[in-house]
Design a protein. Structure first.
Length: 582
């Protein structure tokens, strides 16, 4: 058995047979043409570009129809790349001046752009390389009239493994046949990861060089919760995951019956279960799983995969849709949480040596007040469509929060003068994602309405670990005692002042972690819609006293490994039927 570790980007567990996506047949041989033939080659390419443009458009429409407009919009960005005048000019130069065959010219130009993206210091730009390869593949198929490789004949029960997968390839999967995917390259912010999450396919990316250890037909286990891959698993491992899968299937009907029941411990303590969403169309999944509301509405999708900034109307329509769809349930809209290097628009940006410590999140918004005002105006305009709350990300200093709130008040005054009603009950909160915010929370508390702890970034900044870097993945532990102490301190301060605290990071998706958080005093969790039923089941199966006993012991342990082992043992004893993670 071979065990590998990658980055979990879409939760779930799958056991199936590997289908290795072999890129060897995709290379294009160097081929030259005579000068008289160059014009014919150029005309072939012009016609192929037109055909590829239609294919990408159709692919976008099909994806939109199946998975929503925001996933489909990825292919609109690919159409823009296909028609980019610089790309077109370089291909024409190679054909007319260097006398390259059309296929070879396409391969050379797009390979150069893909390599440039992969070498970029920005992880976001590196993840766009898959989009470049997707456009290249589509154009080559239009030129040759045959697919470079197809997934049409994939048998049921397959797990697709590859060096990388493009968004188009991922969107083309038949989810009745493809159980999961795993790639050597990629990251959590790539469009391939976004598509996989939208389709709810378990996925692990960024595993590193492993294809030489896998052949088509090998049995694989993909743990999309923890980013683990098992190649040719031994009998105990296979049996362990089979039991989990059977246990999960056996409680599906029971969990569905909990949809309209509250998440209340067996001794009557209510825990609010909210949903994290990225796209407006995800509200149906929230309602279907019984979410109490949207605890984190990420707004970055409006910027990613587009070649121009979203308008105020683009923002407004997206927010209004979610607020209306949630039918009066609270919706927490987080303002832009991106770095300058991740903006989808083509604007010159000075490269940053360390983007995670650079111009990002609330810093970027405050540095670009015109951009910030557009988003805030849209949120305030949409607020009356439902129960709206607004939240600022990665707040580090009191000055940042005050500046953001000042701009919010200024925009509200402008809208009031324009005759637009702003709900008087609108609540304003902040994300706690850096240790500095916890240390100064006693000063923030009088000026905020609520707090949401982003455990992903809080763990990253507390432990000085880049959570997207596989080289230090073993050091990224949400249950590290230092992180737990910061969460506990945050809860204590907000509780003393009568303010609410929720946890909206990946930590909330783990049943053992969720019970720990409840024991630490957290009464609101925001998590992926798909995990709401299992977390609700866990909470309804225990008493508050049992959760508090877990927390008391966990907070006194010295290492993350000790905490994790203790929590899993506790979960196995308290709610054995939902022990789904190692």
């Amino acid at each position: 058995m071979l065990e590998l570790q990658g980055i979990a980007v879409s939760p779930g567990v799958a056991i199936g047979k590997a289908i290795v996506f072999d890129r060897e047949g995709y290379s294009i041989a160097r081929c030259l043409v005579s000068r008289p033939e160059a014009q014919r080659e150029w005309q072939r390419l012009v016609e192929a570009v037109s055909k590829a443009h239609e294919v990408l458009g159709a692919r976008g429409k099909e994806t939109t129809d199946s998975w929503g407009a925001n996933l489909g919009g990825i292919f609109s960005a690919q159409q823009q790349l296909l028609l980019d005048p610089h790309v077109r000019s370089e291909m024409e130069h190679l054909i007319r001046d260097n006398l390259y065959a059309a296929e070879y010219a396409v391969s050379e130009v797009f390979a150069k752009y893909a390599a440039a993206f992969r070498k970029a210091s920005s992880s976001f730009l590196a993840e766009r390389a898959a989009d470049v390869r997707d456009v290249e593949r589509t154009l080559l198929e239009a030129l040759t009239g045959k697919p470079t490789q197809t997934f049409a004949e994939i048998p049921p029960g397959s797990i697709v493994v590859s060096h990388d997968l493009t968004p188009g390839e991922t969107a083309s999967f038949d989810t009745e046949k493809v159980l999961a995917l795993c790639t050597e390259a990629g990251g959590p912010g790539g469009h391939t990861a976004i598509v996989a999450r939208g389709m709810e396919i378990p996925a692990v990316v960024g595993v590193g060089n492993f294809l030489h250890n896998i052949r088509s037909g090998d049995e694989l286990i993909i743990d999309g919760h923890l980013g683990r891959i098992f190649v040719s698993p031994d009998a105990p491992t296979r049996e362990r995951y089979l039991k989990r899968r059977i246990a999960r299937e056996s409680i599906v009907s029971e969990l569905s019956e909990l949809k309209d029941l509250p998440a209340v411990t067996s001794d009557g303590v209510h825990v609010e279960l909210m949903a994290n969403v990225e796209f407006p169309n995800e509200t149906q999944a929230c309602l279907a799983r019984g979410a109490d509301g949207v605890g984190l509405y990420r707004t970055e999708f409006l910027y990613l995969g587009h070649d121009k900034e979203p308008t105020e109307e683009d923002h407004f329509l997206a927010y209004q849709q979610v607020l209306r769809d949630m039918q009066g349930r609270p919706v927490v809209i987080r303002t832009l949480d991106l770095g300058a290097d991740k903006m989808g628009m083509t604007r010159p940006v000075e490269p940053e040596n360390n983007p995670f410590l650079g111009l990002r999140s609330i810093r970027l918004s405050l540095r670009n007040p015109a951009l910030f005002r557009v988003q805030v105006r849209a949120i305030l305009r949409a607020a009356s469509a439902g129960n709206c709350r607004i939240m600022f990300p990665m707040v580090t200093t009191l000055d940042e929060f005050r500046s953001a709130k000042f701009l919010l008040r200024s925009v509200a005054d402008d809208l009031t003068c324009e005759g637009i009603r702003i709900p008087s009950t609108l609540r304003v909160g902040m994300m706690v994602e850096v240790p500095a915010a916890v240390l100064m929370l006693d000063r923030f508390i009088e000026e905020i309405d609520f707090v949401s702890i982003g455990t992903n970034d809080l763990t990253q900044y507390t432990l000085a670990v880049d959570r997207s870097n596989v080289s230090v993945a073993d050091l990224y532990q949400a249950c590290d005692p230092a992180v737990l102490r910061l969460i506990k301190r945050t809860q204590e301060i907000t509780s003393e002042h009568g303010k609410s605290t929720s946890v909206c990071g990946e930590m909330s998706n783990n049943p053992a972690h969720a019970l720990l958080l409840v024991g630490m005093g957290i009464r609101s969790l925001s998590l992926a819609p798909s995990t709401i039923p299992v977390i609700k089941k866990a909470i309804r199966s225990v008493t508050l006293g049992q959760c508090e006993a877990m927390a008391w012991r966990a907070l006194r342990l010295g290492t993350a490994r000790e905490v994790e082992a203790f929590l899993m043992n506790q979960l196995a004893g308290l709610v054995p039927e939902i022990v789904l993670q190692a």
